[in-house]
Design a protein around this ligand. Structure first.
Ligand SMILES: *Cc1c(COP(=O)(O)O)cnc(C)c1O
Length: 440
């Protein structure tokens, strides 16, 4: 298998994918093990992945796609990078799990602290959900307060406290806040619009907040950037009102800047959640911050949190290899390619005369069929979603995999070079032409 199908191919075979999905639907709700994979936001059958290499993924029918989902963010070096495969294989030969401290854990923590010096101490978990959930518990324990403030369209995993005006699949599916979340708990999570500093100020001065938590650049409500002064304003309000400032960098970490949001925006959080990139495609997440806060966690402190597979050696090896390869130079190179893709898309949209706004921070990017600016999730919802759906399917038929939702960010990897970007843009130009023709 070499290059993806010709850009004009619209008759790709998907028989084998359909067969696997039929079996999956009998076994898994919606045929999937995480809702966003089910393509409910765009309709049609998911891509059933068989393998990936570099910038591309192949489905079980042998169709190739340039991949801008990249496992929803983790694969910053692309699919199956040899440096990660070799590290995982080497770790595996020593054993897959110990339930004992290992040296690899401290190696990965050192790599994180070198990039985010405010993370003096870390606790590894297996998912971002666990990291965010544990941060809520720690923030409540440290402050003796119960309320959290989050932003509409931001996603912090699926723990009860965060399924309130949440982004990601909750936004894509247009779901109300989830049944099964006790009202008493949901009431402790307050929300306001992203970028609305006045609303934050009003809430923080009337309710004692344990934490103000945000995605420093939103990816789960579509790609939305913080306005100048927003994050610094949150830092000031948190300091003035005794709340902790929490950056959920599960998506942004090691994507928006080499040193993450603190480097990008010059604001230091009290606690940080990490995930995705730090596991290089294996299940790893983490939370961390200053020693004094983190020592409140068991066993040094009373705040309980644990995990049988936390700090798993295969996952640590993948993370060490990934962050090790992601030097400043490599990070900057991915950023340059991302800028080229985003500019190319703007040019294409202008030629086709559709309302469009696109942007990126580092290797995280996104677009809306909306004239812009998009500062809040409400703005994002005003975008032309039916056109997105047509564009998504037209792109897919032309061998480009975009997130199957108008409300998800996109990603880039070091394996997406100038040739891949140019080829992608040719295909997307053709796809947008087809989508616009269907729209009229
Ligand atoms: C993906 C994500 C999570 C949840 O991480 P999981 O590993 O899927 O549990 C939390 N916060 C943000 C910002 C995310 O993007």
């Amino acid at each position: 298998m070499t290059a993806p199908d010709s850009p004009v191919s619209s008759s790709m075979s998907t028989a084998r994918s359909a067969e696997v999905m039929a079996r999956s639907r009998a076994r898994f709700p919606g045929g999937v093990n995480s809702p966003v994979r089910a393509f409910r936001g765009v309709g049609g059958d998911p891509i059933v992945a068989a393998r990936g290499a570099g910038a591309r993924v192949w489905d079980v029918d042998g169709n190739a796609y340039y991949d801008y989902v990249l496992s929803w963010g983790p694969l910053v070096l692309g699919h199956a990078p040899p440096v990660v495969l070799e590290a995982v294989a080497a770790a595996m030969r020593d054993g897959t799990s110990f339930g004992m401290p290992t040296e690899r854990e401290v190696q990965l923590a050192d790599l994180i602290a070198a990039r985010m010096p405010h993370i003096e101490m870390v606790r590894f978990t297996s998912s971002g959900t666990e990291a965010a959930m544990s941060i809520a518990r720690l923030a409540r324990a440290v402050t003796g307060r119960e309320h959290l403030l989050k932003f509409e369209g931001c996603y912090h995993g699926h723990a009860d406290s965060f399924l309130v005006k949440a982004g990601s699949g909750v936004a894509t599916l247009g779901l109300p806040d989830s049944p099964g979340v006790p009202e008493a708990l949901a009431k402790l999570t307050l929300t306001c619009a992203y970028n609305d500093l006045e609303a934050v100020e009003r809430i923080a001065r009337s309710v004692p907040l344990a934490a103000i938590m945000l995605e420093p650049v939103v990816g789960n409500g579509g790609y939305i950037e913080p306005q100048p002064g927003f994050i610094a304003g949150l830092r000031r309000i948190a300091d003035e009102t005794g709340a902790l400032l929490v950056f959920d960098e599960v998506m942004t970490g090691f994507r928006i800047a080499w040193g993450g949001a603190a480097e990008c925006f010059g604001v230091t959080p009290d606690l940080t959640a990490l995930g995705k990139v730090i596991g290089g495609g294996l299940p790893v997440a983490a939370y961390g911050g200053a020693r004094a806060l983190m020592e409140r966690i068991a066993p040094t402190g009373p705040v309980y949190q644990a995990g049988t597979l936390s700090g798993n050696p295969l996952a640590m090896a993948a993370g060490i290899a990934t962050l090790g390869a992601l030097t400043r130079e490599v990070h900057d190179g991915i950023t340059t390619q991302t800028a080229a893709l985003v500019q190319g898309l703007r040019d294409i949209a202008a030629r086709h005369g559709v309302p469009f706004t696109a942007s990126h921070t580092g290797s995280m990017w996104g677009f809306f069929f909306h004239p812009g600016p998009v500062h809040t999730f409400e703005d994002a919802k005003q975008s032309e979603v039916p056109l997105f759906r047509r564009f998504f399917h037209a792109a897919r038929r032309r061998g480009v995999s975009l997130a199957p939702s108008a409300f998800e960010a996109a990603f880039m990897s070091s394996a997406h070079g100038p040739a891949e970007i140019a080829d992608t843009l040719t295909r997307l130009d053709d796809a947008l032409g087809a989508a616009v023709a269907e729209r009229d």
